[in-house]
Design a protein around this ligand. Structure first.
Ligand code: FE2
Length: 280
């Protein structure tokens, strides 16, 4: 039986925004273009070689009720949290932090010049796991496997999820079973990936010339995927590079309050109260 191919529901250009201490970025999910793509609460893409656009970084701030993922393409960021984790993320490295019941962390650029480029993704947690103990998965680039696609179609840096050829990425997440893949396609290279039919997903074009489900997606554009069992991304004449992310929908009530994302307004107010009284 042939699998139903996913189509593109829409293409987002992102909206210019600023977060942390004046870091300039583009917000694709969690902003005016798309409020929520269950389970993805937010996707920010930062990319600038102007130090004044990033030097302030993201000083100490709290989170509760979801997960934050940082994936860098260029530059260096030092992260630190009140659970005792500290390290430097470098290009190709990922930090997948489960804020759970509460964590206070900072992410600061470890450079004063040059290009800083990367992604910050927020992944929701199911209501029954929002108050779980904070967790932390970090993988430097050398611990993220890179697989060749058959027939010289390209390569996949597999951060999370499972390729059709059977390989799995190092990040595990039983709550939303995400795919998180950095895909480089050769000229005319094709990438085909099975998906759970009703998971949400998106493809962000990092550079080059790609089509998703036959439609062109330009660098800096994010294609929101419709439902279906199979995804096809193709590198056109020049080939290209993209980030593919998907995850299981939670189908639960979401109430956002700044750095806290809970299921009810009372829970958000409680989070502010707990943070104020030093419970994090
Ligand atoms: Fe944060």
């Amino acid at each position: 039986m042939t699998k139903e191919n996913r189509v593109i529901l829409g293409v987002l250009k992102g909206v210019a925004a600023s977060d942390g201490d004046g870091v300039k970025l583009r917000r694709y999910i969690g902003g005016p273009e798309l409020d929520y793509l269950d389970p993805f609460l937010m996707l920010d893409v930062f990319g600038t070689d102007e130090p004044q656009d990033y030097i302030g970084g993201f000083p100490s701030h709290p989170h509760r009720g979801f997960e934050t993922v940082t994936y860098l393409l260029a530059g260096k960021m030092r992260h630190k949290d009140n659970a005792g984790n500290e390290g430097v993320i470098i290009p190709g490295g990922v930090q997948w932090m489960t804020a759970g019941r509460g964590i206070i962390h900072s992410e600061m650029p470890e450079q004063t010049e040059g290009l800083l480029k990367g992604f910050q993704l927020w992944v929701n947690l199911p209501a029954e796991h929002k108050m779980t103990e904070p967790g932390y998965q970090e993988f430097p680039p050398e611990n993220i496997p890179v697989f060749d696609l058959p027939d010289n179609n390209g390569t996949v840096r597999l951060i999370a999820g499972k390729l059709d050829s059977g390989e799995s990425g190092p990040v595990t997440n039983p709550h939303t079973n995400p795919n998180f893949m950095d895909i480089t396609l050769s000229a005319e290279g094709l990438f085909t990936q099975s998906m759970d039919e009703d998971d949400h997903g998106f493809v962000f074009c990092i550079d080059g010339d790609i089509t998703v489900a036959g439609e062109q997606v330009r660098p800096g554009d994010l294609a929101v995927l419709g439902y279906g069992e199979q995804l096809q991304i193709k590198g056109e004449r020049e080939g290209g590079r993209c980030l593919f992310v998907s995850g299981q929908r939670l189908r639960e009530q979401v109430v956002k309050g700044g750095p806290f994302v809970m299921s009810t307004r009372e829970e958000v107010l409680q989070a502010f109260e707990d943070y104020r009284s030093g419970q994090f």
